[in-house]
Design a binder for this molecule. Structure first.
Ligand code: IMP
Length: 428
C-alpha cells in the first residue's frame, strides 16, 4: 500500500500546490480531504500559472484520478467556474474527476452569513476568506447541511432548500440586520450547476480504499496548514476543518491505519494571511524584501500576506500533530540574497525560556522569539536540481533545520517552475 499525505505545517500558503503537483505525476489518485475554495494552490503548468481552489492540483497531470472527498466543503458555483477556467488553460476535466456525494455544499447564504458574522466581530474579526467555509461546516455539524448528493434528486433538494433559506433569512435579517437571500435566484443557480456537476458524483471512499489496497499510489492533498487547524491551531484565528493528517480519515473514509507517509510542507520563512498571533512576524527591511521576493500575496483573496522568519518551535508542534518525519522546504531561493538568516529556535514567555508552542492564545501573543542567525549563501539557487548544485551554506541551512526540527528534509523547492526541485529522498 502506498499513500502519501501532504500537509502544510504553518498558516497555509507553504507552496503545497506545487509540491502536490510534483508528486501527482507519480500518483494514480489525488484526493482533497478538507477545506474548500478558501485554498489557493498555485501550479505552473506548461509555463502558465494556474491557481486551483477546489479541484485537486492533480488534474493538471494526465492519468491521475482526482477526488473531491467527503470532508471538503464544495461551492458548486465556484467549482463550475473553476472547471471552465482550467479547461480554458488546456487542462482536461472529464472522467478524471470524481466528487463525493457526501461533500457539503457551500451555498450563497453561507457566504452572506459569514460576511454578517465577520462584520459583527468588528475589531475581533478573524479575517476569513469569505468563501463560506465556517458557516458550511457549522451547518454540517448542526445537521442542517445540503450535500453534493442532494443535487442529484433536485425536487427533494428544492424542498430542503426552501426550508433552510427561510431560517437563514431570519438569521440574516433579524439577528444581523443584513439583506435576505433570494430563494428563486439560488434555486436557479443550483439547477444550473447541478446539470454540470451531477455526472461527476460518486461514492468515493470505497474507490480510494480499493486503490490503496491494490497498491496504487494515492496522494492526499491537504489545504491550509496545521496552525489553522480547528482543534490545534491558533483558535479562534483558524479555519473550520482539520488541516493536520488526522483529517484524512474522516475526510475520505480511509482507515487511519492505512495512512502511510505524511510529509509536511514548510516555507523557508513564514507567512500568515488574516488576523491572529504570529510570533516571528517581522517588519524589518530584510523581511519586507523577502515578502517582495516571495510575491507574498494571497492566491485566493489577493490580500498581502504578513511575513516573518522560520519558526522552529511552531514547526516542531506541527510535525508532532501529524507524525511527520520528512519535510519539504519551499521557496529556499527567496532567501538567496540574505547575508544572515534568522531562525526562531525558542521563545521567551514572561521572561522564561520555553521551547514548546503555547496552546493558550493569550500566552502565544506574549511570546518573544529567540533567534539563531544562520549564514546566508548570497548566491542564486534557482537553477539547482541536485544537492551538489546547492551552495554549501544552503545545505548547511537545511541541515540545521533538520537538527532543530528533528525531521529530514526530503525535498527543497527553489523556484515557481514545476521542475525547480531538489529531491534528496523519494517519498512516492
Ligand atoms: P476561512 O478558512 O475562510 O474561514 O478563514 C479562516 C482563516 O484561515 C483566515 O485567517 C484565512 O486567511 C485563513 N486561510 C484559509 N484558507 C487559507 C489558505 O488556503 N491559505 C492561507 N490562509 C488561509
Amino acid at each position: 500500500m502506498s499513500a502519501l499525505v501532504i500537509v502544510g505545517t504553518q498558516w497555509g500558503d507553504e507552496g503545497k500546490g506545487k509540491i502536490t503537483n510534483f508528486y501527482a505525476s507519480r500518483a494514480n489518485m489525488v484526493v482533497r480531504f478538507q477545506g474548500g475554495a478558501n485554498a489557493g494552490h498555485t501550479v505552473n503548468v506548461a509555463g502558465r500559472k494556474i491557481v486551483f481552489h477546489l479541484l485537486p492540483s492533480g488534474v493538471s497531470v494526465p492519468n491521475a484520478k482526482c477526488i473531491i472527498g467527503p470532508g471538503v466543503v464544495l461551492d458548486p458555483i465556484a467549482l463550475v467556474e473553476e472547471i471552465e477556467y482550467v479547461r480554458s488553460n488546456g487542462i482536461e476535466v472529464g472522467d478524471n474527476l470524481l466528487i463525493d456525494i457526501g461533500a457539503h455544499l457551500v451555498m450563497p447564504y453561507h457566504k452572506a452569513v459569514e460576511a454578517a458574522e465577520e462584520q459583527a466581530r468588528g475589531g475581533d474579526a478573524i479575517g476569513t476568506t469569505h468563501r463560506g467555509i465556517g458557516p458550511t461546516y457549522v451547518d454540517r455539524y448542526s445537521r442542517e447541511g445540503l450535500t453534493c448528493g442532494d443535487l442529484a434528486a433536485f425536487d427533494r433538494f428544492q424542498e430542503k432548500l426552501s426550508a433552510i433559506v427561510s431560517r437563514k433569512n431570519d438569521v440574516l435579517t433579524k439577528l444581523y440586520g443584513a439583506e435576505p437571500v433570494d430563494l428563486g435566484t439560488i434555486t436557479e443557480q443550483m439547477k444550473a450547476v447541478a446539470e454540470v456537476l451531477v455526472p461527476y458524483l460518486s461514492d468515493t471512499p470505497a474507490l480510494i480504499r480499493s486503490a490503496i489496497a491494490s497498491g496504487d499510489n494515492v496522494l492526499f492533498e491537504g489545504a491550509q496548514g496545521a496552525l489553522l487547524d480547528i482543534g490545534f491551531g491558533t483558535y479562534p484565528f483558524v479555519t473550520s476543518s482539520n488541516t493536520t493528517a488526522a483529517g484524512v480519515a474522516p475526510g475520505t473514509g480511509v482507515p487511519p491505519t492505512w495512512i502511510g507517509e505524511v510529509a509536511g510542507v514548510a516555507k523557508a520563512y513564514t507567512t500568515r494571511v488574516g488576523a491572529g498571533p504570529f510570533p516571528t512576524e517581522a517588519t524589518s527591511e530584510q523581511a519586507s524584501l523577502i515578502c517582495e521576493r516571495g510575491a507574498e500575496v494571497g492566491a485566493t483573496t489577493g490580500r498581502p500576506r504578513r511575513c516573518g522568519w522560520l519558526d522552529i518551535v511552531a514547526l516542531r508542534y506541527s510535525l508532532a500533530l501529524s507524525g511527520i518525519e520528512r519535510i519539504i522546504i519551499t521557496k529556499l531561493d527567496v532567501l538567496d540574497t540574505l547575508p544572515v538568516i534568522p531562525v526562531c529556535v525558542a521563545y521567551t514567555l514572561d521572561g522564561v525560556n520555553i521551547d514548546t508552542f503555547p496552546r493558550d492564545i493569550d500566552a502565544l501573543r506574549r511570546v518573544q522569539p529567540v533567534y539563531e542567525e544562520l549564514p546566508g549563501w548570497e548566491s542564486d539557487t534557482s537553477g539547482a536540481r541536485t544537492s551538489a548544485e546547492l551552495p554549501e551554506k544552503a545545505l548547511a541551512y537545511l541541515k540545521r533545520i533538520e537538527e532543530l526540527s528533528g525531521a529530514r528534509v526530503a525535498v527543497a523547492s527553489v523556484g515557481a517552475d514545476s521542475d525547480a526541485i531538489v529531491e534528496f529522498e523519494q517519498l512516492l
